[in-house]
Write a protein that binds this ligand. Structure first.
Ligand SMILES: [Zn+2]
Length: 731
């Protein structure tokens, strides 16, 4: 059976300064401890429980923020109650309670921790000093036997108050220090941050304290032969436990002054990024500082692990115990309720189309995390980003488009162990090395040939043709899944391409890649088509240039862009068609008529005349119908044609283009004559001779010569017709 042992450490400063001891603290201990204390006092080493924090007086201008998990005033995992000595300044109390709050949220204990806070004079340069008021061994719930635990820790482990009515921790703050009582860590020049000092001293009181001492020759460890739990984890450079040295020997003394003492606890090591946590063990024993602190030069000002180093500068704030100290407390048996940083998920967000220029794409990843650090950056697949608010959308640019699953690794630079990898979080977009050129465009047949000038094959999905406000995805113009290999030329028919004539005479065609860039373009017949400006911006066409010629338009294959790269047949003058229009009919008495002719002309001259059966028309008057693109429908009226009932051919020619002409047989038929139809016998005058011819044939019903009215009969109406024109001379 293990005998429970409780020691009350000596309390020199506490007793000397406290005028009102509200908790009834008493000071006594076993004779062996008292003897040891006396011995150390005589040797000048009496600070076993008073590892005072020393001020350097040097401005550091550094600040370590409170832990990310710390929320002021939130529920505590441990209750810490503080009693103030008389004279403890009111303005200092919020800063102390803020520090206690940080510890109270970090450590879990069902047993209330009692703190006695004192205010008094300390040695030169000492800002404050503190320690556990009681230590206990072999209590119920002790993880190791024959090891002493600070009162607050022992109470927590045993789930009982092993020294009821006594404070667990006593702290004395120096009364002549130039304190900064703010909670924000923005410590001004020449002032010491009270929160930092309180956090440090409470750390000692909670158990960050070893039992080693030195008398100038020999080293000592243990209280009446029983080590503190802190001592258990201390080892030399070569891994020799400090407890393997005999107390009271020179060899232990040398080890304590070796500047080579380390913490070998697993959790403390896990909190360190520089190997084993290194303790302060200067080559000249520094009473009150050696052994029970982290090594100053390993954890410089501004380090997140610098709280428990023995020196503090002015304008230096450390409001986080840091991962090393947290781990050391866990090693010693504290239940550390640290809400640890975690990266919970990384899922695919927006995925933009592949950029064919370099076959890359932009991917958004939505990262969910908790209890993240607020310093440093978040790193996602090797790219750094400012830390935002979870869930945070991270944009990854220039990602290789390889169609493969992508693992996502996320970590925080200021907390490298907060890292997670999510296998196959998303799938990369397919490659888009595909690069397309227009190689032949024929708006008449609605056929467009394209060539893959890229270095790999792919389906055409995502590429589009645009023409004015009409567009189509190229993928829809080929059988589903068709791959166009590097160097291949394919001919596509675009059935919906507006078949109107004006598309043939003037129009545009653009090929647009999946990221909305125009990668090839041409316009013909006229400028200022819908996408001309965009094509110019994308460097594949020049404003106000256009092809003036007949389809098909063929790319010369040299590699450039713009009008000069296209081959085509310049327009030729053509009389496309001629049709007869309205006729006036025969007009008496001159027996003439007029006839409209509708012409369709392609690229006719715009100067000189057009000649129709010898009749000339001024082309300049028809301009601009006959401008460059040449397609025009014009109606010309032939005048003074003879009504003779005969078929008429049409000959078309141009004064300024002798090679451009056309003939059309029997374009129309002249009306029958309307000249002197009552002159039956044709003697040049309408008279009695004509009447006699009618009478001679009177009653005729077929093939009648004297039927002047043309009604098929020779009768009275014919006589009346002749009489109505009687005497007319027909010259
Ligand atoms: Zn200290």
């Amino acid at each position: 059976m293990i005998k429970q042992t409780t020691y009350v450490l000596f309390l020199l400063t506490f007793i000397g300064l406290n005028t009102v001891n509200v908790l009834g603290q008493t000071s006594f201990g076993p004779p062996s401890l008292q003897a040891k204390i006396t011995e150390h006092t005589l040797s000048g080493d009496c600070n076993l429980s008073n590892p005072g924090l020393k001020g350097t007086g040097r401005d550091e201008f550094t600040k370590v923020d409170p832990p990310q998990w710390f929320t002021p005033g939130a529920d505590r995992a441990a209750t810490i109650v503080v009693s103030y000595s008389q004279g403890f300044p009111l303005e200092a109390r919020p800063a102390l309670e803020y520090a206690l709050d940080i510890w109270g949220q970090l450590l879990n204990s069902q047993i209330t921790i009692w703190v006695q806070a004192n205010w008094g004079s300390l040695g030169a340069g000492v800002l404050a000093q503190a320690g556990p008021e009681t230590v206990h061994s072999n209590f119920s719930g002790a993880p190791l036997s024959n090891r002493l635990y600070a009162g607050a820790l022992a109470n927590s482990l045993s789930v009982s108050d092993l020294s009821p009515g006594q404070p667990d921790i006593a702290i004395t703050f120096g009364d002549v220090i130039n304190w900064y009582y703010g909670l924000d860590g923005n410590t001004p020049s020449s002032k010491y941050d009270f929160v930092t000092v309180a956090l440090h001293e409470v750390g000692h009181g909670l158990g960050f304290i070893g039992s080693a001492s030195h008398n100038g020759t020999s080293g000592f460890i243990g209280l009446s032969g029983i080590p503190l739990i802190y001592d258990v984890f201390v080892e030399t450079t070569d891994g020799t436990s400090i407890l393997s040295y005999n107390s009271g020997t020179v060899s232990l003394g040398d080890a304590l002054q070796s500047d080579g003492l380390f913490w070998n606890g697993v959790e403390g090591g896990a909190g360190s990024t520089i190997g084993r946590p290194r303790l302060y063990a200067p080559t000249n024993w520094n009473t009150g500082s050696s052994f029970s602190h982290l090594r100053e030069s390993s954890y410089l000002s501004g380090s997140e692990n610098s709280l428990m180093t023995p020196f503090l500068g002015t304008a230096e704030a450390i409001h986080d115990p840091g991962p090393v100290v947290k781990g050391m407390f866990a090693d010693m048996g504290w239940d550390t309720q640290i809400v640890t940083c975690g990266i919970l998920s990384a899922v695919s967000g927006l995925q933009l189309p592949c950029n064919p220029i370099n076959s890359t794409y932009t991917q958004q990843v939505i990262v969910t995390y908790e209890n993240n650090p607020t310093t440093g950056v978040i790193v996602v697949n090797g790219t750094s980003h400012a830390i935002g608010t979870s869930p945070q959308t991270i944009t990854l640019v220039n990602q290789p488009a390889d169609g493969l699953p992508v693992d996502v690794e996320v970590y925080f630079t200021s907390q490298p162990d907060c890292i997670s990898t999510f296998p196959a979080a998303y799938t990369a977009i397919d490659p888009c090395c595909l690069d397309l050129r227009l190689v032949e465009v024929n708006p008449i047949t609605k056929t467009i040939s394209i060539r893959n000038t890229g270095n790999c094959g792919a389906v055409l999905d995502g590429f589009s043709f645009y023409s004015e406000n009409l567009s189509t995805d190229l993928g829809t113009l080929l059988p589903i899944g068709s791959v166009v290999n590097s160097g291949d030329t394919v001919s596509l028919v675009w059935p919906e391409w507006t078949p109107e004539f004006n598309v043939v005479s003037k129009g545009e065609l653009a090929i647009v890649n999946p990221v909305s860039q125009i990668i090839d373009y041409l316009q013909w017949g006229s400028a200022n088509h819908s996408l001309e400006l965009s094509a110019s911006v994308d460097n594949v066409w020049t404003n106000n240039t256009f092809i003036l010629g007949e389809p098909p338009f063929t790319y010369n294959g040299i590699g450039g862009f713009g009008l000069n790269e296209w081959l085509y047949t310049p327009y030729e003058c053509t009389v496309v068609s001629a049709t007869s229009g309205a006729s006036s009919g025969c007009t008496a008495p001159l027996n003439l008529y007029t006839q409209d002719v509708d012409l369709v002309l392609l690229n006719a001259p715009v100067t000189g005349t057009i000649n129709l059966n010898g009749q000339n028309f001024n082309l300049a008057l028809l301009y601009p119908l006959l401008s460059f693109d040449g397609i025009a429908q014009v109606t010309l009226t032939l005048q003074n044609l003879l009504s003779n009932g005969l078929p008429v051919n049409l000959d078309v020619s141009f004064s300024d283009n002798a090679t451009c002409s056309a003939s059309f047989n029997t374009l129309f038929t002249a009306p029958i004559t309307c000249f002197c139809t009552n002159d039956v016998n044709g003697d040049g005058v309408v008279n009695v001779g004509d009447l006699l011819d009618v009478l001679a044939e009177f009653g005729c019903t077929s093939n009648c010569i004297a039927d002047v009215t043309g009604d098929g009969f020779v009768n009275v109406s014919d006589l009346l017709s002749i009489l109505s024109e009687f005497g007319q001379v027909c010259v």
